[in-house]
Design a protein around this ligand. Structure first.
Ligand SMILES: [Zn+2]
Length: 135
């Protein structure tokens, strides 16, 4: 009876040790799990950061292309509007200018006449200025 009690006590102690060991293992496991969870959340944060970086890179590479494309469109519009620009003649110098020409801007209002086409102005005897070479 005594021996069996000793055995039981020993078993209990052993179980106690085992439980303690288990709980220690569990603690280190949960610590490991916590570390793994930390790593996972770090990875997730990094993934988000990477995704943001990739998005920025994609936007950064796409934006300049779009901008230049828009600028080209604007330039083409300006060019085509320049073609439609009115022509200015100076009655004092008998010269024909594009309305954007600095000389055209200096023509006094009383000497100024507008033409919608180069031909019409030339037919009236106006001599083209150097600015008219493009037109
Ligand atoms: Zn001119």
């Amino acid at each position: 009876m005594k021996a069996s009690f000793q055995n039981v006590r020993g078993d209990i102690l052993r179980i106690d040790n085992f439980v303690r060991q288990m709980s220690e293992n569990l603690t280190s496991l949960s610590q490991g799990q916590a570390r793994i969870l930390d790593n996972i959340s770090e990875l997730a944060a990094f993934q988000v950061e990477l995704a943001t970086r990739i998005e920025r890179l994609e936007k950064g590479s796409a934006r300049p292309v779009r901008r230049t494309a828009r600028k080209t469109v604007k330039r083409t519009i300006k060019r085509s509007s320049r073609k439609q620009a009115k022509f200015v003649v100076s009655k004092s110098t008998n010269k024909l200018h594009v309305s954007t020409c600095p000389f055209a801007k200096r023509v006094k209002p009383k000497n100024k006449a507008m033409f919608s086409s180069k031909k019409k102005a030339l037919n009236e005897g106006y001599k083209p200025c150097d600015c008219m070479k493009k037109y």
